[in-house]
Design a protein around this ligand. Structure first.
Ligand SMILES: Nc1ncnc2c1ncn2[C@@H]1O[C@H](COP(=O)(O)OP(=O)(O)OP(=O)(O)O)[C@@H](O)[C@H]1O
Length: 339
């Protein structure tokens, strides 16, 4: 493989704040790499180190085999997280301005169409909506037809249709061999676009892998969520959470967990849902719905980021793979494994 973006053991402090604490990653030519992580994890600082606008205190960075400051500008496109182009230029003038910075550039109108702004070409930047402004900013990174594209939260503020436009654009660029590093808080976006994902927390890259590999490593098994009937959850019911799980386990071999209004049955194949329903009926457990869920990158995020936060704060260990039900109070793990 041919790494074109490399960070090795990069550290950066701002006064007392440790923004990066030995962050490492390596992105191969033609790869789409998504950097995810909580607010303040250090994503922007790492992106800035890789694009030459922040000097690391230690460690090394390189892009296209050279220090970021020495990279041929015509080969690199960078969308910073905060980007404030001149307000009183139309979308077309803005792109034409950025095109003029390169000896060879793409046609601004073609790029405007690619980012879905053809109909707003004459609108001043200040009069574009927030999402349209972000699209224009994405467009400004494409005028030099870069080999490496670095996008810090490219779709923040963009509506679902606009996101789809940008996603297709990134997919097309990747298909043409562009190497893409993007940061995002949208797990579906990372899952859709990225060949590999790196999770950064507290300035350290905790793990890197394809979305599927990360899910395998950190997110736990497929599970069936059983929405319990009120009779099982109202305060009059004598059934405690432990009782209910114990009852369910008399018939179900799977690991079972319970939170207030739900049972979570692990390792359920979709074809087994009917037999689980039969087992619940046999156990006399009333429910209003069954939902089969496959853990995704969001579960990885919570498993890794929460574990890191807990390690720092001394809080409880998170249970990997429970992110799909984290909108409710934590599930108490009282079940057993499959025999
Ligand atoms: N120029 C700066 N001066 C002082 N502190 C900074 C500076 N830039 C970043 N930091 C701090 O470094 C830490 C990492 O910030 P950074 O912007 O890299 O995080 P992030 O992962 O990109 O966050 P977000 O998801 O909110 O964009 C934060 O605690 C932030 O306050």
């Amino acid at each position: 493989m041919n790494p074109v973006v490399v960070a090795e053991d990069v550290a950066k402090r701002y006064g007392e704040t440790v923004a990066l604490d030995g962050a490492s990653l390596s992105i191969d030519a033609g790869e789409v790499f998504a950097l995810i992580g909580p607010n303040g994890a250090g994503k922007t600082t790492l992106v800035r180190a890789l694009t030459g606008t922040v000097s690391p205190d230690s460690g090394s960075v390189s892009v296209l085999g050279t220090a970021p400051a020495d990279v041929d500008a015509s080969r690199l496109g960078v969308l910073p997280q905060s980007f404030s182009p001149p307000d009183r230029l139309s979308a077309r003038e803005l792109l034409a301005y950025y095109a003029s910075l390169y000896p060879e550039s793409r046609d601004p109108d073609t790029v405007l169409a690619e980012v879905g702004l053809a109909d707003s070409a004459e609108t001043w930047y200040e009069n574009l909506s927030g999402g349209q402004q972000r699209r224009a900013c994405v467009g400004s990174t494409l005028l030099n037809d870069p080999d490496v594209l670095v996008l810090d939260e490219p779709t923040t503020g963009i509506d679902p249709a606009g996101r789809r436009t940008i996603h297709r654009l990134i997919e097309d660029l990747a298909a043409d061999g562009t190497t893409v590093l993007l940061t995002t808080h949208d797990m579906a976006e990372a899952e859709r676009l990225a060949d590999r994902v790196g999770l950064l927390a507290d300035g350290t890259v905790l793990d890197v892998g394809s979305p599927a590999a990360l899910v395998d490593r950190h997110a736990g098994s497929d599970r069936l969520v059983v929405d319990l009937a009120e009779t099982e959850t109202d305060t009059e019911s004598p059934m405690t959470a432990a009782d209910l799980v114990a009852t369910a386990r008399e018939t179900l071999p799977n690991r079972i967990e319970r939170d207030r209004s739900r049972l979570v049955v692990h390792d359920v194949d979709p074809t087994d849902i009917g037999s689980v329903a039969d087992d619940l009926s046999t156990a006399g457990i009333e429910y209003t719905g069954l939902r089969w869920t496959e853990p995704g990158l969001e579960a990885v995020y919570y498993a890794l980021a929460d574990a890191e936060t807990d390690a720092v704060t001394g809080g409880p260990e998170s249970v990997a793979g429970e992110a799909s039900v984290t909108s409710n109070p934590p599930i108490s793990d009282v079940g057993g494994g499959r025999p």
